[in-house]
Ligand binder design. Structure first.
Ligand SMILES: Nc1ncnc2c1ncn2[C@@H]1O[C@H](COP(=O)(O)OP(=O)(O)OP(=O)(O)O)[C@@H](O)[C@H]1O
Length: 791
């Protein structure tokens, strides 16, 4: 091309050359001009990289104490936009203090009062961390948030969806009660995993392709709870799967400072941030706290009276165990105090739990009875009252429970019911931890008493009675297992009164308690003996006694996520059930049993017959009666003896009687079944026989003309068409199986398998039809004659 241009240039005239040079210069000038003015178009990733670089430089110069709004924070535009969108404009104290160190990549231990916005304090650094690392779905899990309960995990997930709505990360909720396989497929592609410890470990164990080796940031919400004994094995197993080079954030209203716990997390120069450490109280300022002292037997009356006086409020009631929740919920539903009643505990199935949680969030006025699964972290909107029917395990539990109200600058009320035995020690502990709780006096006489109604409910509803029994045992068990023996003294509980207040006539027997009391008795006598022998051993034996009473578990009975913190090895579930079922006579109950016997006598005198059922057979005779006549007679005799003894039910006698009745009943039942089977069998045979007869008659008619001989030998047993001579043949043939065997050539004979019953019937039928009109003697002679002839 250039050769051609050069050739043209040589050949061109001077003017032409001048023009060409002009044109060339002009073009060059324009080209250089356009190059200067055109802006450099950068790729989006380049812009993003620059922004991230700028953000990181801002971290060093930023003073969070001077920043009043999120807009001032060195955050990505996407995070800021989402915060704006959801109305989060001003950061709270904990957010101000902890976001910056977390952005800088430091390990943070954050502590602040309940409802002070700790969730955002860890969610914002998570989003920024992944944004800085330019994380995407192909990178898998980059952040992990562990929560102690499913409800709290769901709540965190919902807030994450709000503040992360402008980012492109994927987030997943990994909690129990869902399809594991389906979850496994998604969890590997999830960038931010919000989970409960048990479910996460399940995935780490079973989902082969789920790996956390790229994890950048780990968050433990309610860290002290997650790091306590209840979760220790699960958390240790999870930590083994995490990379050692990661950032760790721990948040709680009651933060752990246990070096042992923190050492497990291998924190790197952690920053401890406690924004309310210097404040006067450890609970929110808008929270009014009161306590009342009452007997355990007055608790339900007090709760009912409270509800009746606070119908237009949203109330959360805490009790110690699932079984107490179940019973309270059942009776409150029956009592209809005029407010929607809900319940939440760990033994409910997952969809139900979630439904209750969401419904209570939505409701304006409602009452939720719950165990401590609702104590931590849950942000139910506008709760007016928190009522603690049972004394919490410790002050931390108290702080979390009451923290469900008066959240985020709001106000609320808390009421704590204390037994006289619990009061002093608990109040002293609360005061020492800066919890301002005031005493309230209650006029017990003015309470609305519901125990009478509960007793009648229990009498008419066996299921409710069982619930009451379980509630009783569960409460005693929870008190027995509490760590702090200065507060929780099970032997001071008035068991009889408590049982009556639940609607039970007698307190169910709590066997583990009796055993443990017997143990402590022997321990104390041993100690006495050792005092006499060696004074220096006293200390040790008292210690061992205390150790026997001291247990080491948490109270989340029934919550599959909360594993037990206390040592329940001495009390098995089976035992508990037995204890609930058996109400064996006690020396103490002697009087009550006697009065029951008297009551029975009174009924007999009046002629009241209880639960009598008589069934008549077809002839009008008595087929069945309840109670059985023999049994009733037996009872009468026994009741006389019992009256003499006046000592309640004799279990051994009752057992023997029950066994005898059982044998009789089984025999009767067997006979009935056998008779029924026989009837069915006979019916079937009759039908078969009829069908066969019909078939053979038809065949006989068809072949009658052509093969008369054959017809006789194989013909019907009782064919009415056959004549005198031939009538005898079928009897022999049918009766003799050998004939059938020998004459294998005849297909007709083979077809029918003759049963012995058939034979009897057939012969009878044949004989009935073969009326020759001769005498028996004549017939015999004829038969003999024919046989001889045949031979
Ligand atoms: N900066 C903010 N601006 C407005 N509202 C906020 C802000 N931060 C948090 N909140 C609101 O405050 C309430 C309590 O927040 P959050 O649940 O995070 O408290 P918490 O400290 O984690 O409580 P707990 O100790 O009980 O777990 C929530 O309803 C939340 O939406």
């Amino acid at each position: 091309m250039s050769i051609i241009i050069n050739y043209i240039y040589i050949m061109a005239t001077k003017d032409e050359k001048m023009d060409f040079l002009k044109w060339k210069n002009n073009k060059r000038r324009k080209q250089t001009q356009s190059k200067v003015s055109r802006p450099i178009v950068k790729k989006s990733w380049q812009i993003e990289a620059e922004k991230i670089e700028n953000l990181e430089t801002l971290y060093t110069d930023f003073d969070s104490s001077k920043a009043d709004v999120f807009e001032d924070f060195p955050l990505s535009t996407k995070t800021k936009a989402a915060l704006r969108k959801h109305g989060f404009t001003k950061p709270t104290a904990i957010q101000k203090a902890s976001i910056l160190p977390a952005l800088k990549g430091k390990d943070v231990l954050g502590a602040a009062k309940t409802g002070s916005g700790k969730t955002l304090a860890f969610l914002i650094p998570i989003l920024e961390c992944l944004y800085r690392h330019r994380w995407n779905s192909l990178d898998g899990p980059g952040a992990l948030i562990i929560s102690p309960t499913r409800e709290l995990a769901l709540q965190i997930f919902e807030v994450l969806c709000k503040v992360g709505c402008k980012h492109d990360f994927s987030a997943g909720l990994v909690i129990g009660g869902k399809d594991l396989k389906e979850e496994a497929e998604r969890v590997c592609r999830t960038n931010v995993v919000v989970c409960t410890p048990g479910r996460l470990l399940q995935h780490l164990d079973t989902t082969s392709y789920f790996k956390l080796e790229n994890l950048k940031i780990l968050v433990l919400d309610e860290a002290d709870r997650i790091l306590d004994l209840g979760f220790s094995t699960t958390i240790n197993a999870i930590l083994e799967n995490l990379p050692s080079e990661r950032q760790t954030l721990l948040f709680s209203a009651t933060q752990t400072k246990s070096v042992k716990n923190l050492a497990r997390l291998s924190l790197c120069y952690p920053v401890y941030i406690s924004v309310h450490a210097e404040s006067r109280h450890s609970t929110p300022s808008g929270l009014k706290q009161r306590y009342v002292t009452c007997q355990v037997s007055d608790k339900i009356n007090m709760l009912y009276s409270f509800i009746r006086n606070h119908v237009k409020t949203k109330t959360l009631v805490f009790v110690s165990s699932c079984k107490q929740v179940q019973y309270l919920f059942a009776v409150l539903c029956r009592l209809r105090p005029g407010v929607p009643i809900m319940h939440l505990h760990g033994r409910m199935n997952q969809p139900r739990r979630m439904a209750v949680y969401q419904e209570f969030c939505r409701k304006k006025f409602a009452l939720l009875v719950a165990t401590d699964i609702a104590a931590r972290g849950l942000d139910f909107p506008a709760v007016d009252w928190v009522v603690q029917m049972d004394c919490p395990e410790d002050v931390d539990t108290y702080i979390h429970r009451v923290g469900r109200t008066a959240r985020f600058h709001g106000s609320g009320n808390a009421l704590l019911m204390l037994l006289p035995s619990e009061k002093d020690a608990m109040i002293q502990q609360l005061t020492s931890k800066k919890v301002p709780v005031l005493k309230s006096e209650i006029n017990i006489d003015k309470l609305t008493k519901v125990d009478g109604r509960l007793q009648s409910y229990c009498a008419e509803d066996q299921e409710l009675k069982e619930k009451a029994k379980r509630c009783f045992v569960a409460y005693i068990k929870s008190v027995h297992l509490m760590k702090n023996k200065a507060i929780f003294v099970v032997k001071d509980l008035p068991l009889n009164d408590y049982a009556t207040s639940l609607g039970l006539a007698f307190p169910p027997r709590v066997r583990f308690l009796q055993r443990s009391m017997a143990k402590s008795k022997t321990a104390s006598t041993d100690a006495k003996r050792s005092i006499d022998d060696k004074p220096e051993t006293v200390k040790d034996s008292t210690k061992s006694e205390k150790a026997a009473d001291t247990f080491d578990i948490s109270d989340d009975e029934g919550n599959d996520l909360f594993s037990v913190k206390r040592d329940t090895t001495n009390i098995t579930d089976d035992e508990e059930e037995q204890e609930e079922d058996l109400n064996l006579p006690d020396a103490k109950d002697e009087n009550k049993k006697r009065s029951k016997a008297k009551e029975a006598k009174r009924l007999l005198r009046k002629g009241v017959k209880i639960n009598q059922k008589i069934t008549f057979d077809e002839e009008g005779g008595v087929d069945e009666s309840w109670p059985p006549v023999e049994g009733a007679a037996l009872n009468e005799v026994e009741s006389e003896v019992e009256e003499k003894d006046a000592g309640g039910i004799d279990i051994n006698k009752a057992k023997v009687e029950m066994q005898q009745r059982d044998v009789k009943d089984r025999e009767k039942h067997r006979k009935k079944i056998a008779a029924k089977h026989k009837e069915v069998r006979l019916k079937a045979k009759e039908e078969r026989r009829k069908a066969q007869r019909q078939k053979e008659q038809n065949k006989y008619r068809d072949n009658e003309d052509d093969h008369s001989e054959q017809s006789y030998s194989s013909g019907p047993d009782n064919d009415p068409e056959v004549d005198g001579d031939n009538e005898m043949q079928p009897i022999e043939v049918v009766g003799s199986s050998s004939v059938e065997d020998n004459d294998s050539s005849s297909p007709k004979k083979k077809r029918r398998k003759i049963e012995p019953e058939d034979f009897i019937k057939t012969n009878e039928d044949c004989l009935a039809n073969l009326n020759t009109g001769m005498t028996l003697q004549e017939e015999e002679n004829l038969v003999l004659h024919l046989l001889r002839k045949k031979q």
